[in-house]
Design a protein around this ligand. Structure first.
Ligand code: APR
Length: 258
């Protein structure tokens, strides 16, 4: 049973979503996939606790030592291949289906939002399942992630080690993704910010765009972030998979369907 204050927060989030009348978007981060078994990047047990991001997530490191970076990526691929969407991914897909969510911007590269049924997904940091050759531009789309026997995967045209089409530190966000995400953020009457530390830019700027354009920001996270108490109009602390399920129920209650 939830405390009264938490119930009020679920109701307020639902009321804001309904008021936005479909003009709502969401920014998700690694925290939303934790319940699917994929560790987050920061915090205890985060991936960057075990791997130094300067050695494993910088584009210059990949160019210099792709085999070394693939030792981490291979582990990540195996985890992602086994992962299935959790209730948080499902609820976001249901909110879109009900016309309450217009789009979804994700920093995650795991493809779990699409697996849950979300349709308008902007993969801001790319996707692990697509690989590209830095030498000859050959692409391997829909790469099956759990193929340890061929790690690191190589280009079938020139033999170079392929790079997953995810945005490494030192690389730019693809223009189309930045434009689409910024436009969705600016149009949104409400932005849900779910399971992200909001430390990595330019993704972290999206809630600011919503706010500057007059929209509201609702944050769902296990712990406060730099947005909490400053930019966020409402911060709900708790696991995304539970909080989003409660917000969906509150929407249904307010719409008179439950
Ligand atoms: N429910 C809600 N929030 C959660 C949960 C959960 N079940 N589990 C963890 N969190 C929160 C953590 O409290 C943390 O604030 O999710 C957040 C995860 O933060 P990060 O690990 O920093 O992940 P993210 O914000 O997605 O990182 C951004 O950094 O290195 C990169 O490119 C990588 O896309 C990634 C980017």
């Amino acid at each position: 049973m939830y405390a009264k204050a938490l119930r009020r927060a679920f109701d307020r989030a639902a009321a804001l979503l309904l008021e936005a009348a479909g003009q709502a978007t969401v920014l998700t981060g690694a925290g939303i996939s934790v319940a699917s078994g994929i560790p987050a990047f920061r915090g205890s047990q985060g991936l960057w606790d075990r791997y130094d991001p300067f050695e494993y997530a910088e584009i210059t490191s990949f160019r210099r030592q792709p085999e070394k970076v693939w030792s981490m990526l291979g582990e990540m691929c195996a985890v992602v291949e086994r992962a299935r969407p959790n209730r948080a991914h499902e609820v976001l897909a249901e909110l879109e289906e009900k016309g309450l969510l217009h789009s979804l911007i994700t920093q995650n590269v795991d493809g779990l939002h699409q697996a849950a049924g979300s349709r308008k997904v902007i993969e801001f940091h790319g996707a692990l399942r697509h690989l590209g050759c830095l030498e000859c531009d050959w692409r391997w789309l829909h790469f099956k992630l759990d193929q340890s026997e061929i790690m690191p995967p190589r280009c079938q045209e020139c033999g170079a080690i392929l790079k997953p089409e995810v945005v490494f530190f030192g690389e730019s966000i693809p223009d189309w993704a930045l434009l689409e995400a910024s436009s969705e953020a600016e149009k949104a009457g409400v932005m849900l910010v779910v399971g992200t530390s909001a430390e990595v830019h330019p993704a972290a700027e999206m809630p600011h765009l919503t706010k500057r354009a007059g929209g509201k920001v609702i944050e769902i996270n296990l712990e406060p972030t730099a947005l909490s108490g400053s930019l966020s109009d409402l911060t709900i602390l708790g696991p995304a998979e539970q909080v989003l399920a409660e917000i969906l129920l509150a929407c249904e209650r307010l719409q008179g369907h439950a």
